[in-house]
Ligand binder design. Structure first.
Ligand code: 2NL
Length: 357
């Protein structure tokens, strides 16, 4: 009996893991284990023998049981210790930086100018970027021999061999959107048409795709005076100036008569541009009174209605507002570079955090 006791207590103490311990338990206390066999032998004993051996055997059983439990707890503690030593996490480490996107300056400027014109009663109109040459040129009183139509300025779409219809074009301005709006809505109308336009031009200051916003207001008595007020109000709001001064210079466009190019007062002090003050002028847009032929193309009677129209480059006014000196900002999309030039969308702390590494 004491042999058994010593053997099992030693094996329990030496069991290296849960599986080893279970093997010892089965050998000792299992149905066919050594203690169970001894229990069965009690049946063949005399009453006195049984009275002596029974309690000893039961005591041994309890003792082994307790030793198994204790060893099991000790093994579990050791396993937990080992895990705690290897599986740790330094919660004080800085997080992994994630590349963070932000609204594109052009998109932001489009939202800004849309909001400003919306306050003045202008709705947004949109239309296709691939246009028929009628909508892009004829409807705008641009004659077939006009230089803008020729290969050097316009992207022409493909036509099948033998198809002699004039090819579609990538729109060279957003004016066709306004022709479509006039046809759909009639007069009176107040719309702006912001969007992508395409011209075959590529150098330091030109890209083949750029953005334009055009505006159109038609009513019974719209005049140049309202055009001036609308554009001044827009510039004040967009460039966030208390005072703006605009200069209207007589010009020529096929789609307006009379036509004016519009300059904004500015100063250039040691290479630094300031709008709203100074003795220089910077051209920012073109405008005029809608040509009667263009009203007719839009299905509007020029004897009853008249209106003003204007067009400006969004990329250009975005660069002026945010002091972005060249077009790379829009193509390389380098956020650090944009932030260097103080682009406003990057002032949000959550976005800027993503950039500081
Ligand atoms: C410029 C000049 C301009 C317009 C665009 C227009 C549209 C219709 C009718 C008449 Cl539907 N005019 N648009 C008018 C004058 C000038 O753009 O230099 N843009 C950058």
């Amino acid at each position: 009996m004491s042999d058994l006791r010593a053997k099992y207590l030693e094996q329990i103490g030496a069991a290296p893991d849960a599986a080893g311990l279970e093997a010892v338990r089965l050998a000792a206390l299992g149905k066919k284990g050594e203690i169970a066999l001894k229990m069965r032998e009690l049946g063949q004993m005399s009453a006195e023998e049984r009275q002596a051996a029974g309690p000893v055997l039961n005591g041994l059983k309890s003792e082994i049981d307790a030793a198994l439990k204790a060893r099991k707890a000790a093994l579990e503690d050791a396993a937990l210790d080992a895990r705690l030593k290897t599986e740790w996490l330094d919660v004080t480490l800085p997080g992994r930086p994630r590349p963070m996107g932000t609204i594109h300056p052009i998109s932001q400027v489009m939202e800004e100018l849309t909001a400003i014109f919306a306050d003045m009663g202008f709705a947004v109109a949109e239309g296709p970027q691939v246009e028929s040459d009628w909508y892009n040129f004829d409807a705008l009183n641009i004659a077939p021999e006009h230089p803008a139509r020729q290969e050097h300025d316009t992207f022409f779409m493909h036509r099948d061999a033998g198809d002699d219809r004039p090819p579609h074009v990538l729109r060279t301005h957003t004016s066709p959107v306004q022709i479509r709006a006039m046809q759909a809505q009639g007069a009176p109308i107040r719309v702006i048409a912001p969007g992508r336009v395409y011209r075959m031009d590529m150098d330091q200051t030109h890209t083949p795709m750029f953005h334009q916003v055009e505006g159109l207001a038609i009513d019974r008595d719209i005049s140049m005076a309202q055009l001036k007020w609308t554009l001044e109000e827009f510039c004040r709001a967009f460039f966030e100036l208390d005072e703006v001064e605009l200069r209207f210079r007589a010009s020529h466009f096929p789609f307006t008569e009379p036509s004016a190019e519009v300059d904004i007062r500015c100063s250039w002090d040691n290479g630094q541009l300031k709008l709203g003050e100074g003795n220089d002028w910077l051209e920012i847009l073109g405008s005029g009174m809608v040509h009667p032929n263009v009203l007719r193309a839009g299905g509007i009677d020029p004897d009853e209605w008249q209106g003003f129209a204007f067009g400006m480059g969004i990329d250009r006014i975005a660069m002026l507002k945010y002091g972005i000196p060249d077009l790379r900002a829009f193509f390389e999309s380098d956020l650090r570079w944009l932030r260097h030039y103080g682009f406003a969308a990057l002032d949000q702390p959550s976005l800027a955090a993503g950039l500081s590494r």
